[in-house]
Design a binder for this molecule. Structure first.
Ligand code: NAP
Ligand code: G4F
Length: 365
């Protein structure tokens, strides 16, 4: 069919993949996602979409060229959103080779899958690039002309992805672009990224389920936006009249400490900070108890400490509003979600305990 919009999303089970799927379905797209086989169910972010007529899933893996060639050939996408990645910076120090295979060579595999299927004139490609490319930053704030200085195995792998996208654009005239996205968070954020780790812990501590939250570098500065707002930008980048790269950020930065202070406030706990470095503590003003402490376990061999994006180009050329959701609103919505989640998990575990009790007493066969 001539004008049908068909999107293929790699990383569909992730935070961004789930929001992007919802966004594209609402625009009338046929949406296809690639998933990996796993021994446990990890599809909770897209469970509500499964069974939707325009939503389809296919098994493939970023490390397996043949599977990518086959799925691209079968789906015949008009747009590919390459979001799949080993996306945790700390983990990239533990698994640098896997990270390079998925986050660097994986991008090349997608580009070659498009060429192998002769779709280079009809299929536009979005690459999930990152502010981590600025790494040991050479200027603040960072824009599309700021030099890159990657500062982790993750960032080095993503730098390859950025340059191979640019190379295929220039060598083969393909419509492929990178969105250089700064940190974006949500109630669907993975639980080991600092924001979600904080909002979940604040909720648990407020409800008496956890005593203390251990964090690493509290001084680290990030430009945090809302993931739901950022997926719109991925789409806008592919609707632009020419293939270009864009910085996507809010233009506002905060420390990890500020995020924690606000998150605990929304959970009903006012924090007072005492001490410095490894000895710094966040104390509950009301009870005098230490509820946040620093642990060296969460320090990185090299840490990116000053990310601050300048979204002027995206504002002007894509008409995107970087302040749709403010930092304050973001923290509030994440804590509100996690307060309910912790309460619901507690209720569920009570039901579970009761069931176990009944089973033990032979009341349920
Ligand atoms: P995420 O929640 O960690 O999701 C990553 C996705 O990649 C998951 O669906 C994961 O599948 C998939 N994946 C990993 N390895 C794969 C493989 N070998 N084959 C197929 N799929 C694989 O990440 P996110 O926060 O949504 O981020 C989306 C993309 O944007 C990533 O490329 C990330 O590096 C980049 N990015 C994120 C941010 C941010 O702040 N969130 C900022 C800049 C750039 P499983 O569910 O099977 O693990
Ligand atoms: O939440 P983070 O782990 O995110 P990070 O490293 O900025 O990476 C995320 O954003 C990138 C965009 O800039 C993406 F490309 C990437 O895929 C990912 O989504 O850490 C944020 C900061 C770091 O400086 C870290 O050292 O928070 C600091 N931090 C302090 N304590 C901590 C902790 N980070 C984590 N994960 N856990 C801690 O306990």
């Amino acid at each position: 069919m001539a004008n049908k919009n068909i999107a293929l999303i790699t990383g569909v089970t992730g935070q961004d993949g789930s929001y992007l799927s919802e966004f594209l379905l609402s625009k009338g797209y046929e949406v296809h996602g690639i998933i990996r086989r796993s021994s446990v169910d990890y599809r909770e972010r897209i469970a509500h979409l499964e069974g939707t007529p325009n939503f389809h899933l296919h098994y493939a893996d970023m490390g397996d060229s043949m599977s990518l060639v086959k799925v691209v050939g079968k789906v015949q996408p008009t747009e590919i959103y390459n979001l799949a990645a080993q996306s945790h910076v700390q983990v990239s120090f533990d698994s640098p080779e896997f990270t390079a295979d998925v986050d660097a060579t994986g991008v090349l595999r997608i580009l070659e899958a498009v060429r192998t299927n002769h779709l280079e004139k009809t299929c536009r490609i979005y690459q999930a690039s990152t502010s981590e490319l600025y790494g040991k930053v050479e200027e603040v704030p960072q824009n599309e002309n700021t030099p890159f200085h990657p500062y982790s195995p993750y960032a080095v792998a993503k730098l390859y992805g950025f340059w191979i996208i640019k190379e295929y654009r220039e060598a083969y005239n393909m419509f492929c672009c990178s969105g250089i996205l700064f940190n974006h968070e949500s109630e669907r954020r993975g639980e080991t990224f600092v924001t979600r780790k904080i909002t979940l812990a604040a909720a648990r501590i407020a409800q008496g389920k956890q005593d203390c939250l251990y964090l690493g570098n509290l001084d680290s500065l990030r430009d945090w936006g809302y993931a739901k707002d950022y997926v719109e930008c991925m789409w806008l980048i592919l609707q632009h009249d020419k293939p270009e790269d864009f910085v996507i950020a809010t233009g506002v930065q905060h420390t990890v400490r500020e995020f924690a202070t606000l998150a605990f406030h929304h959970a009903g706990i006012e924090l007072r900070w005492e001490g410095e470095g490894i000895n710094e503590k966040g104390i509950d003003v009301k009870t005098g108890r230490t509820v946040v402490a620093v642990s060296e376990d969460f320090y990185r061999p090299t840490d990116v400490v000053n990310l601050w994006g300048d979204p002027t180009k995206a504002k002007k050329e894509l008409g995107w509003n970087p302040q749709t959701t403010t930092f304050e609103q973001l923290v509030a919505l994440m804590v509100e979600h996690d307060m309910k989640k912790v309460a619901a998990d507690e209720a569920a575990s009570r039901v579970h305990t009761n069931l176990a009790e009944y089973l033990e007493k032979g009341l349920v066969k």
